[in-house]
Write a protein of this length. Sequence first.
Length: 127
Amino acid sequence: MTVELFVNGTLMRGLALHHNLDGAEFVEAVRTAPVYRLYSIDDIHPGMFEVETGGVSVTGELYRMSETLRAHVEAGEPPHLYRGPVRLADGRTVDGILFPREIAQDRHKDISEFGDWRAYVASLPGG
């Protein structure tokens, strides 16, 4: 059985952990519904979570893969990231990689104004 997975950070094409998606099929570039906040987790990877108000649309990519590959991808993710439902701008809900709100808000930088991990990284000195 195949599954779809939304990614919005270092798993995207050309970024550090994209190799973890070897064997997955790139489906399309997508955006979330404007119901998320995006945080930089120590400038290593993003952390995204859903909010009731004040959300933004986040840029990402959708991949199709086997359940076995998805388990491999999840096992290679940094601490605290987990799979959960992500609402896309076109109304679909797919599995995605999320981060606990309580950890992000208490310890990390809100980068929601960028709505895009690549845009945030490009804004950093030397980015």
